[in-house]
Ligand binder design. Structure first.
Ligand code: DGY
Length: 322
């Protein structure tokens, strides 16, 4: 507290509308550099913080919480919260919030874009032009595969999975999914979606999209064994979290033709990318852009800020985790 105004630490750059909401109710200390905040500076500011706004690159662990004895809320500017030790926060009475909903469309758009990019070989085409390699239109040049009549298997059928399914339907794809619970009857009917066990989905789908949260249960869900069970002409798309995929196993599967191609927005040891993937033409690689639109990042920042405002004002968090 500074006077009777709460102190709010923002650990990285976020869009101004989010900061404005925080400034209206508290004293805001915000890291404003593109380089990550140092632990020393972070801990110095956390020592007197009532609230923290964090990014998915922050580790909110026991050390973070030790540095912040007065903390009441951690508002993560992301829907994923695998960077936060939620149990440790709960034990200390610290509320954790995330930003579900507001990034659903942007992330589904990106997943669909990656499906198109990888099946129509757009990355390869771009690299060809930019490399200055001579080319001319050819009947058999850089042939890809169409999506019409193909089957999309979605692992993790939450909001983003459903939004992706809607887009894929518009491209003529049929939908299968694997999820702990079934989607509502209305959504199942709208999408004509079939719920499958994981093995059947992997064995039968042309495109497999990962849209599930990362947790100990989904660590390396896609490994050498599951890749071997996929069709040889199948494509894997990951817009969820990198460590759901065993990247070394994926690189090997792409190299030896176990599956046809992959498109990745997220990486196992982000921001590093497995070196074997970098030279593969059948791997599309983009730098964690799922929610990267101006509108979406602004909505994420304002929702995180609204969560802080709600909690420090004595109300309930809007989108608590757990
Ligand atoms: C999230 O919110 O978890 C996304 O990965 C950010 O793009």
């Amino acid at each position: 507290m500074t006077g009777n105004r709460p102190k709010i630490v923002v650990t990285g750059r976020i869009p101004e509308p989010g900061l404005d909401r925080l400034r209206a109710i508290g004293e805001v200390w915000a890291w404003s550099d593109d380089q990550p905040i140092s632990i020393d500076v972070r801990d110095r500011e956390l020592a007197t913080a009532d609230a923290a706004v964090t990014l998915l690159t922050d580790r909110v662990d026991e050390a973070f919480l030790d540095a912040a004895p007065n903390l009441r809320v951690v508002a993560n500017v992301a829907v994923g919260f695998n960077n936060i030790d939620v149990d440790a926060c709960r034990r200390r009475g610290v509320i954790v919030t995330n930003t579900p909903g507001v990034l659903t469309d942007a992330t589904a758009d990106l997943a669909m874009a990656l499906i198109l990019m990888v099946t129509r070989r757009l990355g390869e085409g771009e690299r060809l032009i930019r490399s200055g390699t001579p080319w001319q239109w050819g009947m058999f040049m850089m042939l890809g595969t169409g999506l019409q009549g193909r089957r999309l298997g979605i692992i993790g059928m939450g909001g983003i999975g459903v939004a992706l399914a809607r887009r894929a339907r518009a491209f003529g794809m049929s939908i299968a999914y694997h999820n702990r619970s079934a989607v509502s009857a209305d959504i199942a009917a709208e999408l004509e979606a079939e719920r499958l066990d994981l093995d059947t989905l992997l064995r039968t789908c042309d495109v497999v999209s990962l849209n599930c949260p990362y947790s100990p249960e989904t660590h390396h869900l896609i490994d050498a064994r599951s890749l071997a069970s996929m069709r040889r002409d199948a494509v894997l798309v990951n817009t969820a979290r990198g460590p759901i995929v065993d990247e070394a196993a994926l690189a090997m599967a792409l190299r030896d033709g176990t599956i046809a191609a992959a498109a990745l927005d997220v990486f196992e040891n982000e921001p590093s990318v497995h070196p074997d993937l970098l030279g593969l033409d059948n791997a599309v690689l983009v730098p964690h852009l799922g929610s990267a639109t101006i509108e979406t990042r602004t909505a994420m920042a304002t929702l995180a800020a609204d969560n802080v405002v709600a909690v420090v004002s004595g109300g309930s968090a809007i989108t608590p985790v757990g």
